[in-house]
Design a protein around this ligand. Structure first.
Ligand SMILES: NC(=O)c1ccc[n+]([C@@H]2O[C@H](COP(=O)([O-])OP(=O)(O)OC[C@H]3O[C@@H](n4cnc5c(N)ncnc54)[C@H](O)[C@@H]3O)[C@@H](O)[C@H]2O)c1
Length: 335
């Protein structure tokens, strides 16, 4: 049994805690949150010890590895503390909103040999992964284009935007990682268009965007298009399409069930897409815990690690530069 300490008992921390507690090869040993009530609730729900501080989790002999699901500005500090304590860490995205802080963290943990896995759960989605594997096996010939559609079901509250760090660093960061995964290659050029179509007043006031289209290109010319919206009324819209010389693969939306209704006025009426990330990516979140447990037990590099988190943030910064200057940006201009 791998004994795991979870830091952060909010929206996603609770879900991870539940997945760890239900896992046959893991035990939720300890939880911590600055909100003592949230930690007490999760600790009681899953029979885990409630730590009095983050330091207590990292120092505990009863914890083999940690999962960080706290607010974004704490991630880099907690990664450094976990690595210093020799505890493998699975940290939610993004590593930090500042590339300089991410690079300082990279220097602090370099050469310590402690695995750091990043919470890019979409790589573990069965459909997305099957699409990537089909591409890698050459089933669609030479890959030319990847299209990633990633739309949230609805706008989060204002308080969310105030700390999220902007659409590209908070939301598109998943798609930048997925683009690298699906392309099997590094984008070298980025061009981005951002929009304020859903709540123009709020987005203008906060300097954020609720709508975006981004194009990426690899050195050998493969193209990727990412489209984001903070509101898709039909549910969490998560689709990936890859086009190659011998065909196409698509990873589709998931629904509660696959019953399709046809009537006198319409055909093919299906359930809405599953509501949001916890439902849509349930299997992916469980599979990322499986992958983390393998790394903790057997060692080796995580399937998706710190450098993937850094590279996704570099693409986000390149997209912001493109937006600011209205031009195609070379990724090498940013980092
Ligand atoms: N992989 C995904 O799809 C996904 C989805 C949602 C959120 N996230 C990421 O997970 C993180 C948490 O998001 P959330 O939606 O659960 O937020 P949340 O606000 O619901 O929860 C964050 C929790 O962290 C706690 N916290 C804040 N500072 C802390 C500290 N210094 N030490 C311990 N606890 C602290 C808060 O009290 C809160 O309970 C964010 O970084 C977010 O980007 C990832």
């Amino acid at each position: 049994m791998v004994r795991i300490g979870v830091l952060g008992c909010g929206r996603i921390g609770r879900m991870h805690a539940a997945n760890i507690a239900a896992h046959p090869e893991a035990r939720l040993a300890m939880v911590y949150d600055v909100d003592a009530g949230a930690a007490a609730e999760v600790g009681a729900a899953f029979g885990a010890e409630v730590a009095g501080s983050a330091e207590a989790v990292f120092a505990s002999g009863a914890v083999d590895a940690v999962l960080v699901a706290t607010a974004t500005p704490t991630h880099a500090d907690y990664i450094e503390m976990a690595v210093a304590a020799g505890k493998p860490v699975l940290c939610e995205k993004p590593i930090d909103l500042s590339l300089a802080r991410v690079e300082a963290c990279a220097r602090a943990i370099a050469g310590k040999g402690v695995p750091v896995q990043l919470g890019f759960n979409r790589r573990f989605d069965p459909g997305h992964r099957a699409a990537r594997e089909a591409v890698a096996r050459g089933e669609i010939g030479d890959l030319h284009q990847v299209v990633i559609t990633s739309r949230d079901p609805g706008m989060p509250p204002r308080s969310y935007y105030e700390v999220a760090g902007g659409l590209f660093r908070d939301m598109t960061i998943h798609d930048f990682d997925l683009a690298r995964f699906m392309l099997g290659d590094e984008p070298v050029e980025v061009v981005a268009m951002g929009g304020r179509l859903i709540d123009p007043g709020l987005m203008e006031e906060l300097g954020d965007h609720d709508t975006a289209m981004i194009l990426l290109r690899t050195a050998d010319g493969k193209q990727c298009h990412i489209n984001n919206s903070r509101t898709a009324v039909y549910g969490y819209d998560q689709r990936v399409e890859c086009l190659g010389t011998k065909g196409m693969v698509q990873s589709q939306n998931r629904r509660a069930h696959e019953m399709v209704r046809s009537t006198a006025t319409a055909t093919g009426i299906a359930e809405p897409a599953l509501f949001f990330f916890i439902e849509r990516y349930a299997e992916a979140f469980r599979a990322e815990i499986d992958a983390f447990l393998r790394v903790v037990r057997d060692g080796g590099e995580p399937e998706v690690g710190f450098e993937d988190g850094r590279r996704a943030l570099v693409l986000a910064e390149a997209a912001y530069l493109s937006l600011a200057e209205g031009r195609v940006v070379k990724v090498s201009e940013v980092g």
